[in-house]
Design a protein around this ligand. Structure first.
Ligand code: ZN
Length: 231
């Protein structure tokens, strides 16, 4: 009998219970040095195709609220990293084909594209889970050396969000950039759920709550600020 539940380890639960909401005017006390960076809030993970799920789509409302309040607060920098794959990418050996260039799956969800300040968005296409390999993302950072507060949103918590937040944290560490904070609001990131079952091939289960919680914990262990929400 396979146990299909995957409880979050108690030491992670105990830590999660300590995570408090944050205020935008405290996190981003200087809007001019603040940026919001999004991973993969595209149709292919929220709305259509083999990797999309309603569970991930749940971040839409809090992300839209955060983007609107950041704009009202004076934040000027919004970057969207988006899966945009050629049909023959090696990634499709690990995941079913998704977000192929030229399809609606590779486009940002319409609610974000329709925001009145969408002309201020910078979009980077990527062909892997990583934000900076062959994307131009690091060159953008070189052009914006004064940014210090980075709010990360998107999906999936344990995949592209993790790679993105860790890349920003590790880049700042490696370059000796002081006062640089990477903030991940828990309610604006999510991951997909494939519960363990007897029919599944070993190695394919992906219990969403478990991976979401454990990777938040792991990011926090590496100096990334996890908050419950930013309002
Ligand atoms: Zn992909």
């Amino acid at each position: 009998m396979i146990d299909t539940t995957a409880p979050t380890p108690p030491f992670v639960t105990r830590w999660l219970e300590t995570i408090a909401p944050a205020r935008l005017d405290e996190i981003a006390s200087n809007p001019a040095d603040t940026a919001i960076i999004s991973a993969d809030i595209i149709n292919g993970f929220l709305r259509e195709g083999p990797l999309a799920s309603e569970r991930v789509d749940r971040i839409t409302k809090p992300v839209l609220e955060l983007l609107r309040s950041a704009w009202d607060h004076g934040v000027q920098h919004y970057v969207f990293l988006q899966d945009t794959h050629p049909e023959d990418t090696p990634e499709f050996e690990s995941y079913p084909p998704h977000a192929i260039a030229g399809t609606s799956q590779s486009q940002m969800i319409p609610e974000i594209a329709d925001l009145p300040f969408a002309d201020r968005f910078t979009v980077f296409e990527k062909n892997s889970l990583h934000p900076a390999i062959d994307t131009g993302f690091d060159a953008w950072w070189d052009e914006h050396p004064n940014l210090r507060t980075i709010i990360v949103v998107g999906d999936c918590t344990d995949l592209c969000v993790y790679q993105l937040a860790m890349h920003l944290r590790l880049r700042a560490n490696a370059l000796g950039i002081h006062g640089f904070q990477v903030v991940v609001p828990m309610n604006t990131v999510e991951t997909f759920d494939i519960p363990e079952s007897a029919d599944l091939e070993p190695g394919t289960a992906h219990p969403g709550d478990f991976f979401h919680d454990v990777f938040l914990y792991h990011m926090a262990s590496n100096g990334i600020s996890i908050v419950r929400s930013i309002t």
